[in-house]
Write a protein that binds this ligand. Structure first.
Ligand code: ACO
Length: 378
């Protein structure tokens, strides 16, 4: 690289606002192909993983590059099970955050406390970072479940070691394991949300990691990036839109007004996919099973009408947040808990990227073009 390239001393720098189209690095973790409308995790189509794998198997795949053998899976499950209980200091930290705060703020705070209390926080060896990743995988559901329960005035539910990750997450949230159809829809959603290349929150985690800050700092930053409604916050925002519309018959008129008001319609559009989000058909199928299970054709009609109106009016297609928002609603989660559920899934992808970044690190530091006042003097 020439000195001019290093310092950006060329005459007319090209600005790619929002880094649109910029390839920032290579990754072996996932491949998003908007042309073939596919998403591969370590080479496997996400639809196949959602059809055949547990969430823990997918976490292992993202971290290690291969699906686990039965022994490797048992060992990961055993390590995770032992860390499912909400630690006293983390519970105390959660209790300090007022329930007027968003659950994402609670989760961001809790992960910060989990990191601060880890004596190995600054150990960035691959094994230490894997251990931290398993800890977060296990602890985040405990925080999310407890936070929803305390907001409802309910007692904490201790974990059950005899259950798998997905069943235990639901048990700690609702005090019981729901029907298999609900468990399966939740499992599918977590697998679909687990990883998506250099999205905003993952890139945030990689930027923080590139400074050689610890894994917890990178995850805390990623949670902040995911909170926004243009990213993970959209699954919650979709449900607010549904509540605002209220009735399937009003969807078209609502959309006209919203577009006239220059509003972004939550759950539609994507920076990378322009011909549809590869994850939507699988999540829509899971939503359909929930609609049938809970007998909610009204919700399905609202979903269909808004999608049809948006497609014919703007040709903008739904993203994963569009079916997952109503799916989480039907499962019984509070709307404000939807984005923390996204965190519970995406922490697997984030931590895989943190480890990949560290294995071949270069400080991420782009340039800027100055457009302020010319040099002047006091
Ligand atoms: N509603 C209305 N118009 C939209 C929407 C939308 N959801 N999405 C894109 N557009 C329009 C834009 O207004 C713009 O129109 P213009 O050219 O007339 O100005 C055009 O489509 C291109 O949109 P951009 O915003 O430039 O596309 P970009 O790639 O920057 O944005 C984004 C992608 C942020 C996801 C956008 O589609 C959006 O805001 N969607 C709603 C939020 C959302 O659902 N986010 C979830 C993302 S997926 C995930 O996190 C799982």
């Amino acid at each position: 690289m020439s000195q001019a390239e290093k310092t950006g001393a060329q005459t007319e720098p090209e600005i790619r606002k929002g880094l649109v189209g910029v390839v920032a690095d290579a990754t072996a973790i996932s491949k998003v192909n908007p042309e073939s409308n596919s998403l591969l995790y370590r080479g496997y189509p996400v639809q196949e993983l959602a059809a055949r794998c547990s969430f823990e198997e997918v976490a292992y795949l993202l971290w290690h590059g291969e699906l686990p053998t039965p022994e490797q899976l048992s060992s990961l499950e055993a390590a995770g099970r032992g860390q499912r209980a909400l630690a006293d200091n983390v519970r105390a930290a959660v209790d300090l955050v007022p329930t007027t705060a968003h659950p994402m703020d609670v989760l961001r705070t809790a992960v910060s406390v989990i990191g601060a209390a880890d004596p190995a926080a600054e150990d960035s060896s691959p094994q230490a970072n894997l251990d931290k990743s398993v800890r977060l995988l296990s602890q985040i559901p405990a925080v999310v479940a407890y936070d929803q329960r305390r907001r409802r005035g309910q007692e904490l539910v201790p974990p059950r070691e005899d259950l798998g990750y997905v069943e235990n997450f639901l048990h700690m949230t609702f005090g019981e394991v729901p029907d298999a159809v609900v468990v399966d829809a939740f499992r599918v959603s977590l697998i679909l949300y687990a990883e998506h290349s250099f999205n905003a929150s993952t890139f945030t985690a990689r930027v923080i990691t590139s400074t050689l800050a610890d894994l917890y700092s990178a995850v805390v930053g990623a949670i902040g990036a995911l909170k926004g409604p243009l990213h993970g916050g959209a699954n919650e925002a979709v449900m607010h839109v549904f509540e605002e519309i209220g009735d399937a018959e009003k969807a078209e008129a609502w959309l006209e007004q919203a577009l006239a008001d220059k509003r972004k319609i939550m759950g539609f559009g994507h920076r990378v996919y322009k011909h549809g989000d590869s994850r939507v058909p699988t999540m829509k199928a899971a939503l359909d099973t929930l609609v049938e299970h809970y007998d909610r054709p009204d919700l399905a009609a609202l979903y269909d009408n808004l999608e049809a109106a948006m497609t014919s009016r703007k040709s903008i297609l739904p993203n994963l947040d569009y079916p997952s928002g109503p799916a989480y609603h039907l499962m019984g989660f509070d709307t404000a808990t939807f984005t923390p559920l996204f965190v519970a899934a995406r922490v697997t992808g984030w931590t895989a990227h943190i480890m990949e970044q560290l294995a071949d690190n270069a400080l991420i530091r782009p340039l800027s073009a100055y457009d302020g006042p010319p040099e002047r003097h006091l």
